[in-house]
Structure formats: structure tokens, C-alpha cells
Design a protein around this ligand. Structure first.
Ligand code: UD1
Ligand code: MN
Length: 467
């Protein structure tokens, strides 16, 4: 009896062991995989790879989403810029990330390049003006690109070329996610740059200058007559393209002009006339920050392009040769790049307060000949010196009985600095030129009135020692 019981228990245990062993084996991937036919194995491998791709793609998209919202919050985006939704999905809901659908321009080593390789005029004869966007490692470049694409009136006329330095993969993926809405080119020279020990902390400026040189060479070699330069931390206004298209003829025909800029260095709310979004100026100060140049200017500058601080270099009399830029009363760009190569202090103090224009001014339908040197110098300068002269105190306390524009005079650097500080204007000079100045005159708006901060009438030109 006892031995039968033992036998029965032993039988149950043995059966259980066999069953467990069988199931365990079946679940062992190697066991089951080895038993499959070759085509089944390939199927399985394919499915596995696909699942893995989808999972990492999803993970990447989530990461991009998180980074974007974090950067948006940090850079105070959304105050007044009309940003469109991030375009991570096409209409069918497919994610384009990871799919290389962007035409890449072959990376040439700048120099020797034959004649035009692209059309430089549209089918109906308009100049094709590429927008060259400088990128490095900001994934928030999507704020800039969304804007540029959203307001672009004509894809053929305004191709967007993003030039990336730094080789940052995350940023590259964001750029590639725009597929055929833009072209990506990549700065091939990522070698370490020699920087004198004293300037180590300025290495970023060396890299930027090298990138500018390469990207402008590459773009102009295509044969374009004009290029608009945008940096990856800029938002643009609704009439950004209209502004440049409306002014390119001035740039072409007036040899005293060398750039069209979208930026007003003193464009803070409270210093601009919000009723005058159509108002433009000539300025001796090179503003940059969304600007257009011609291929002739590039061939002149490219041969002596500097190793660093390109924007201060370009402002030097040796480069500027008394040429001037057009700039608007209300900026057509705004920067959200607090964290960047320069420090955030300047950003907090000035840059973040610059108002981005929200209007659409039909510049292409306007007569802009008042901006040509001969016309402008006759009228603008005369008007300024015909204005009644007032003091800062009179202006601030609204003690001026007359309506209309007024003039505040300065004759020394100290006087200029003191007055600009009181008025909230930028107080610095580059190569002796105050920001936004034309013939030393700085135009702004104050207490609902046009004001000109102007040197005395016998002004002799800029003084390089004013800094
Ligand atoms: C400041 C100027 C900028 C000018 C630069 C160079 C302002 C608000 N900005 O840069 O117009 O071009 O000085 O003197 O006055 N970049 C690279 N490679 C790098 C690092 C940056 O190509 O290694 C690109 C960025 O993507 C960006 C541009 O250079 O498009 C400027 O960089 P940013 O970090 O924004 O520096 P800022 O201090 O604004
Ligand atoms: Mn910047």
C-alpha cells in the first residue's frame, strides 16, 4: 500500500517535470527560433527590427517634445510671436523623423565651383532669394523654422537652406523633420580651431565666423544674387519676406547701401511708433539679426573674411566704407536665444525687449525711393535740424508746447552716454557709430513724439575713439 502511494507520487512528479520542461523549452526563444524555417526566421527578424525602430522613434519624439516645451518656456516664446504647431507628423500622421527625405546639397570644400547650378529667377522672373539659417545645437531652431515656413509666401522664390555647424544629432533630426520644406547643408570642417590663449573664452566666435564663411561661400556659389541671413534663435514677422522683396531693388541700385536689416537695436516698446510699421530708415550702424546682402558684397568680403567676431569686423570703416543699411522702425525679427555664445546679461537687459512687428506692410507696393541716398540726405537731415531743440527734462516732463518732432543735441561722448541711459536707448558704439545712427542721428519715439538725438550741426563724422 505504502509502496503504491510512493510510486503514484513519483509518477505525478515525473509527469509534472516533463510537462514543465516541455513548456519551458517552447518558451525559450532559441529553442523555438532554431526550429523555424528560414523565411519565418527572416519574417520574425524583420518584425522585431520594425518594432524596435518604432519604439525608439516614439522615444525620440517624446524627447523632442519635452525639450521643445522646456526650451520654449525658458526662452519666453509665445509672448507675441505667432508660432505654428511643431510639424512632427505629416497629414497621414506619419512621423518623418528618421526618414531622410531632405535634398542634401553635396558638401563642397567652398572654393572652385563653376557657374550657377540652380535657378536664380522664378518662372515669372522674380529673383530667387534663399534664406540661409545658421544652426549649431539649438533644438529650439524649430521655433525659427516654423515661423519661416509659416509666413513664406512662395516656396520657389524663397528656398530655406539650413546650414548646420557643430554636428549635433538631435538638432539635425529636428531640421530633417521638415523634409522637403528646406535643404540641409552641413559645415564639414569640425576641426579644433587654434585660439590665442587670451581669447580661449571667445572660441565660439571663431567657430561662428568659420561657419559663416563656409556657408555663404557654398550658398553664393550656387549663383544666387541675394541671400537673407537668419540665425537659429530668431523669430520673424508676418511681412518678413515682403520686407526683403520690397527693398531688394534699393540694395541693387543704390551703391551707398550694403545691407537690408530686419532689426532695430532700439526697437523696444515705448521707443517705437507702433502706428508706423511702414517706416524705414537708413543707418550707418550694421544691425545684422536678419539681413540681406548681395553676391557682389560677398565677393568683396569673402576674400578677407575674419577668423572671429565677424559682426564687429564688418562694422569697421575698412569694410563698411561709409556704406549704410536699411532698417525698420519696428523690428521684423526677434531673438529668443538667451543661452548662446554671448552672455545672457545683454539679452535680459536689451534684446528680449525688442518688439516683433505683427503687421503686414505691403512693402512691394510702396514707393521707397525716399530711402535713396540723394533723396534721403536732402530731406531727413534737413528735417532733423529744422526741429526745435529741447532738453531731456523738458521731454520727460512733457513741457513742450508744440506738437511734432523735436531734437536733443549732444556734442561729447559722455553727453551721448548720459542721455541715452536716461532715455533707455542703447548707449554703446561700434567703430565710433552709435546703434541705429545715421550721420550721428538716433531716431526714436518718446512720450508720443518723434525725437532725434543728434550731434551739433557742424558734425565732422564718427570718432573711432568713441567706444
Ligand atoms: C552674437 C550675435 C550674432 C553673431 C555672433 C558672432 C546678437 C544677438 N547675436 O551671437 O548675430 O553672428 O555674435 O559675432 O548680437 N553657431 C555656429 N557655430 C557655433 C556656435 C553658434 O554656427 O559653434 C551659430 C548659431 O547657431 C547661431 C549663430 O551662430 O545661428 C549665433 O550664435 P548664438 O549662440 O546665438 O550667439 P550670439 O551671442 O547671439
Ligand atoms: Mn543669438
Amino acid at each position: 500500500m505504502r509502496s503504491r502511494k510512493v510510486l503514484a507520487v513519483a509518477g505525478v512528479i515525473t509527469t509534472w517535470t516533463f510537462i514543465t520542461y516541455y513548456f519551458l523549452l517552447r518558451q525559450n526563444p532559441e529553442f523555438s527560433f532554431n526550429r523555424l524555417t528560414l523565411s519565418k526566421k527572416i519574417d520574425l527578424l524583420e518584425r522585431g527590427a520594425k518594432e524596435q525602430y518604432e519604439a525608439s522613434d516614439k522615444l525620440f519624439q517624446n524627447l523632442v517634445g519635452i525639450l521643445r516645451s522646456k526650451l520654449d518656456a525658458e526662452s519666453e516664446i509665445g509672448q507675441n510671436a505667432p508660432i505654428v504647431a511643431p510639424q512632427l507628423e505629416d497629414s497621414a500622421g506619419n512621423s518623418p523623423i528618421g526618414i531622410v527625405g531632405v535634398k542634401e546639397i553635396p558638401l563642397e570644400s567652398s572654393a572652385e565651383k563653376g557657374p550657377s547650378t540652380v535657378a536664380v529667377r522664378t518662372a515669372d522672373g522674380k529673383p530667387i532669394i534663399p534664406v540661409l539659417v545658421f544652426a549649431c545645437n539649438r533644438v529650439s531652431i524649430s521655433n525659427c523654422l516654423d515661423n519661416l515656413i509659416h509666413f513664406r509666401p512662395n516656396v520657389e522664390q524663397f528656398p530655406i537652406i539650413v546650414s548646420q555647424d557643430c554636428g549635433d544629432e538631435m538638432t539635425k533630426k529636428v531640421i530633417l523633420s521638415y523634409q522637403d520644406q528646406l535643404t540641409l547643408i552641413e559645415q564639414p570642417d569640425q576641426s579644433d580651431i587654434y585660439v590665442p590663449p587670451k581669447e580661449k573664452k571667445f572660441k565660439g566666435y571663431y567657430k561662428i565666423a568659420r561657419h559663416y564663411g563656409w556657408a555663404l561661400n557654398t550658398t553664393f556659389q550656387k549663383g544666387y544674387d541675394y541671400v537673407i541671413i537668419v540665425e537659429d534663435d530668431l523669430n520673424v514677422s508676418p511681412d518678413f519676406y515682403e520686407y526683403f522683396f520690397g527693398t531688394y531693388m534699393l540694395l541693387k541700385n543704390d551703391p551707398s547701401l550694403w545691407c537690408i536689416s530686419a532689426w532695430n537695436d532700439n526697437g523696444k516698446v515705448g521707443l517705437i511708433d507702433t502706428e508706423k510699421p511702414d517706416l524705414l530708415y537708413r543707418t550707418d550702424f550694421f544691425p545684422g539679426l536678419g539681413w540681406m546682402l548681395t553676391k557682389e558684397l560677398w565677393s568683396e568680403l569673402s576674400v578677407k573674411w575674419p577668423k572671429s567676431f565677424w559682426d564687429d569686423w564688418i562694422r569697421h570703416p575698412e569694410q563698411r566704407k561709409n556704406r549704410v543699411c536699411i532698417r525698420p522702425e519696428i523690428s521684423r525679427t526677434r531673438t529668443f536665444g538667451k543661452v548662446g555664445v554671448s552672455n545672457g546679461l545683454f539679452f535680459d537687459k536689451y534684446l528680449k525687449h525688442i518688439k516683433l512687428s505683427e503687421d503686414f506692410v505691403e512693402f512691394t507696393k510702396m514707393n521707397l525711393t525716399y530711402l535713396q541716398k540723394d533723396n534721403y540726405d536732402k530731406t531727413f537731415i534737413k528735417n532733423v535740424y529744422n526741429c526745435p531743440m529741447v532738453t531731456y527734462e523738458e521731454l520727460r516732463r512733457n513741457l513742450i508746447s508744440l506738437d511734432g518732432p523735436v531734437r536733443i543735441q549732444y556734442s561729447t561722448k559722455e553727453q551721448y552716454k548720459r542721455t541715452t541711459k536716461l532715455l533707455g536707448l542703447m548707449d554703446d558704439f561700434k567703430s565710433g557709430v552709435p546703434r541705429t545712427a545715421y550721420h550721428g542721428i538716433v531716431s526714436f519715439y518718446y512720450n508720443k513724439r518723434r525725437v532725434y538725438l543728434a550731434p551739433n550741426l557742424n558734425w565732422k563724422g564718427y570718432d573711432l575713439s568713441w567706444s
